[in-house]
Design a protein around this ligand. Sequence first.
Ligand SMILES: NC(=O)c1ccc[n+]([C@@H]2O[C@H](COP(=O)([O-])OP(=O)(O)OC[C@H]3O[C@@H](n4cnc5c(N)ncnc54)[C@H](OP(=O)(O)O)[C@@H]3O)[C@@H](O)[C@H]2O)c1
Length: 394
Amino acid sequence: MSSQDSARYDIVLFGATGFVGTLTAEYLAAHAPENLRWAIAGRSEQKLQRVREGLTTIDPALKDLPLISADVDDPAALRELASSTRVLATTVGPYITYGQELVAACADSGTDYLDLTGEPEFVDLMYVRHDARARETGARLVHACGFDSVPHDLGAYYTVQQLPEGVPLRVDGFVRAQAMFSGGTFATVLTGFSRGRQTLAAQQDRRRQEPRPVGRTAYAPVSAPRYAKEVDAWALPLPTIDPQVVQRSARALERYGPDFRYRHYAAVKSLPVALGSVAAMGTLFAAAQLPPARRWLGERVKPGEGPDEQRRAKSWFSVRFVGDGGGRRVYTEVSGGDPGYGETAKILAESALSLAFDDLPDTAGQVTPAVAMGDALIGRLRAAGIRFRVAAAR
Ligand SMILES: NC(=O)c1ccc[n+]([C@@H]2O[C@H](COP(=O)([O-])OP(=O)(O)OC[C@H]3O[C@@H](n4cnc5c(N)ncnc54)[C@H](OP(=O)(O)O)[C@@H]3O)[C@@H](O)[C@H]2O)c1
């Protein structure tokens, strides 16, 4: 029995007062099993009380839901938070700014940890600093448990399962989405864009430390924009964390075969929209390098704000995968509603429930969603309305 088996809670949600945090708390309130022992945490007791009041409209029994006050600047409070629960899910970001101590606390206390980061620098740093300790204590550190990167990671995993075993495999993912940013996401993107040098340094530190699989290769190259007739759209390379996560799953799991390649794209139907997207991203990246411009941009969408319910109801995503290997080609798709918030809250909550209750492979240390939860999480997400399907095969 690990020390965490005797913890007071099954799940603690840290950051429950934020935009995605509140949606995640609402999801748990509506869908968690009755016997779930859970609590919400944040830095302001008053705000937590307001969130709890909101939750009682979903389930009146939640009037007694425990509240835990903790600030990220108080390492002792974070350690207590980590020791109080079997699974800690955090939406307190940007993670490079606010998240480091909590990962340390979970790795030390053997607590399973989940977050929503899409920040490669943070994930690489956490690997370098805490993977070994988490392996000792048995903690599973699972980053990127939202739209970044679960539909892509599990979608590639699902696609691989439709292809023959033991042969070289090629999978391309094409993302389409209609959605809006929250203040927290916008702040995180701006922070990430301004930290190119640090991101590269963290990546190099990780490379020096992380063992590679023996006798197998798995890689995720950035490729040039192209017209992809297989999805009838312009394919623009997407420099998100997703291809790195897919590559890590492929390195960890034999099922991806002896030689695996994943390429990740945004799929855009019209050429002017494709060119406009590249120009807009380039401008945002350039502006993020200048502190005054970054501050000005950061004030356009404030932390805690995000798209309203009406807007979220109209949002959607679809990731199409084209997989080739052993003479077979398969087309698959993962799709759902509002990617950034509704579905992200659902994915984070279902991941927390999966770590707490599912019969999962025996893993520890920094692990991807596919490696930690694979089939069990696909099953949960399907039951919760996210579609995984084989569109065609030959
Ligand atoms: N993976 C994905 O696909 C995905 C999707 C959406 C969002 N995200 C990421 O999720 C994160 C949260 O986004 P959001 O829109 O929910 O942001 P948000 O509304 O700004 O929420 C941030 C949360 O962090 C808390 N916080 C800030 N400073 C703190 C401190 N010193 N101590 C304790 N708590 C503190 C805030 O508490 P207060 O309420 O007290 O201010 C709030 O609860 C961002 O990093 C975003 O990029 C990822």
